[in-house]
Ligand binder design. Sequence first.
Ligand code: C2E
Ligand code: MG
Ligand code: MG
Ligand code: MG
Length: 285
Amino acid sequence: EARGGRANTITPFSMDLRQRLDERVALEQDLWRALENNEFLLHFQPRVCVRTGAILSAEALIRWQHPRRGLLNPGSFIPACEETGMIVEVGEWVYRQVALHQKHLQDAGIDISLSLNLSVRQFQDQELIEKLLLLPQETGCDPHRIGFEITESMLLGDSPAMRFSLSRMKKCGYNILIDDFGTGYSNLAYLQNYPIDVLKIDRTFINDLKTAAPITRLIISLGNVLNVRIVAEGVETAEQLEWLRANGCDEYQGFLFSRPVPFADLVQQCEEDQERRRNQSKVLK
Ligand code: C2E
Ligand code: MG
Ligand code: MG
Ligand code: MG
């Protein structure tokens, strides 16, 4: 009887597992096809100076234009890319695209930088750094205008290999950003051991400034002490922006200024921004 009872509980579970495995295999095949058919695209979300409102940078965020399921956000396929190891190929597509887009901005006289997100799995890929170091020669991109966003957890343990990789990237001219800062471990030692340019305060803090104001202030002053630029993520309201201005945050990003948009729209935003500032400096003269 006990055996029968167990079989009853096992059957639905394994059917569920079977189904999930089938779905995962189908998704992986789908992802390979997507790479071949060029179904990935990048949207760009501006990063803006809190003080002047000027666009300083933009973050590339991957999307998948799926033939049946429509436009998909990274949350629905990046985890599968990471688990299968495909993130190496998908990620390579992303940084090549970003390099080409940066070159395009340079040629168009638009002086902003671009950033992109790197997964842990990409950092474990031995060839990643070598490929990144060749990008400027291959594409004509300016590495000083490209930043890589990594998460706190990737820096844990103070790995010499990681430190070596990051310092090679820095030497080549690339910028290093810490994404979703404040949500990982609170071991701050790595901040002084690694060549970091920017800390992006996780949007959960900005969402909930009523409770998170002291911590957020602390992160901003940490930026001043370490001479690292501080960016607030997920800014949705004028009140949040006002608070950031009053508390000396350097830059912000969020739906208040713009959602992630196609590259052509980013270019237009930057041109309008340049025009606006030209007019302002005329008024001042
Ligand atoms: P992330 O790098 O922290 O990117 C910020 C996410 O917050 C983006 O979601 C963006 O659309 C969203 N966001 C921006 N402003 C606001 C706001 O004001 N309110 C709210 N509620 N959300 C806002 P998205 O594009 O869905 O990307 C999610 C995550 O996927 C990214 O988080 C990043 O970790 C990952 N990702 C995106 N593109 C890539 C990529 O090319 N490679 C890798 N490895 N990961 C990527
Ligand atoms: Mg990011
Ligand atoms: Mg983030
Ligand atoms: Mg500072």
